[in-house]
Design a binder for this molecule. Structure first.
Ligand code: ATP
Length: 300
């Protein structure tokens, strides 16, 4: 759905994007993470056609986005800083969006009043609270029935109940209509529950981009108790990323598939052995922490 190739963008001599390349598959929920100033909002503004890149290519559904209204009509976005016309209400914006988005779903708009109950659709959006403004933005974006939803820290400012509600709405749209969602966030734990692809951005570049299943199948946490208190001499080709010990329990983070690793450790006749999945946070720390120290800063 999205192909970003070697994009650079310079603001007053400062390189905010530095040859950024990323690829978002159709129908995926892609999480973009990275420290403050990494370039997340900047690349999202290129993908939604607000900025024009200095170099490189930004393609959505195979077409350049900048100054391309036909492609923009397939994309809805919630930017980090919401902008509305002075005194426009949610209902006014609905009328505007209805004219722009060919698949705008008026029935859904009416039905969603039951979800966003605290938002007065006739009140100017600028007078709503920050969280209510986000709710209003979601309400409108979901009714555009876009092929691509681009969300810049979308749940920031929403209460926990509304956060869940919004993620669940997004996931059901992905399942039902194949919507592609690109979402930036600082919260890896939250992304883990919803994303199937993750990209880590640092200094205007994507450091790592993988599918969640690739990440999860490639590293495992083993908790093992051996006959002896000490760790036996394990084969040198076993890629052990981290070892710790509490009492007699050894915790080993090993690169590889859980079944293979279990079979290889079974040779040592452990008294107890358990293969546990790693959280997204742990995977990034153990698998990538050595490659670039900044990954640690991002996930810690
Ligand atoms: N319009 C602009 N003019 C000048 N510099 C800019 C502009 N937009 C972004 N930058 C700079 O580009 C860099 C990337 O900014 P960006 O907002 O994309 O980061 P981010 O990853 O979204 O950060 P955060 O997590 O804090 O939201 C920053 O150093 C920022 O100061």
């Amino acid at each position: 759905m999205i192909e970003v190739k070697h994009v650079t963008k310079t603001f007053d001599g400062f390189r905010a994007l530095d040859g950024l390349t990323m690829s978002v598959p159709d129908g995926s929920i892609y999480g973009l993470v990275g420290p403050n100033g990494a370039g997340k909002s900047t690349i999202l503004r290129h993908i939604t056609g607000i900025y024009r890149q200095d170099e490189g290519e930004v393609l959505v559904a195979g077409e350049p986005v900048y100054e391309n209204p036909a492609v923009k009509a397939r994309i809805a976005s919630i930017p980090d800083e919401l902008y509305y016309f002075l005194s426009a209400s949610t209902r006014d914006m609905m009328r505007l969006f209805r004219g722009f988005y060919p698949r705008f779903d008026q029935k859904r708009y009416e039905a969603m009043k039951d979800i966003f109950t605290t938002v007065n659709e006739k009140q100017p959006i600028r007078r709503l609270s920050k969280g209510m403004q986000k709710q209003s933005a979601f309400w409108l974006a979901m009714c555009c029935r876009p092929e691509l939803l681009v969300l810049d820290e979308p749940v920031d400012g929403l209460d926990p109940v509304m956060r869940r509600q919004v993620w669940s709405l997004l996931m059901s749209d992905v399942a039902e209509y194949g919507t592609t969602v690109l979402v930036s966030s600082h919260n890896l734990r939250e992304l883990e529950d919803v994303c199937d692809h993750v990209g880590i951005l640092s200094h205007g570049k994507v450091l790592v981009e993988r599918s969640l299943s690739d990440l999860q199948e490639n590293v495992v946490k083993m908790q093992v108790v051996f006959q002896e208190k000490e760790l036996p001499q394990l084969p040198a080709d076993l890629e052990i990323l981290h070892v710790s010990q509490v009492g007699r329990i050894h915790t080993l983070i090993i690169r590889g598939n859980a079944t293979d690793i279990t079979n290889r450790l079974a040779v040592y006749a452990p008294i107890l052995m358990d293969a546990l999945p790693l959280t997204l946070e742990e995977i990034f720390i153990y698998e990538l922490g050595g490659e670039d120290y900044e990954v640690r800063d991002i996930v810690l």
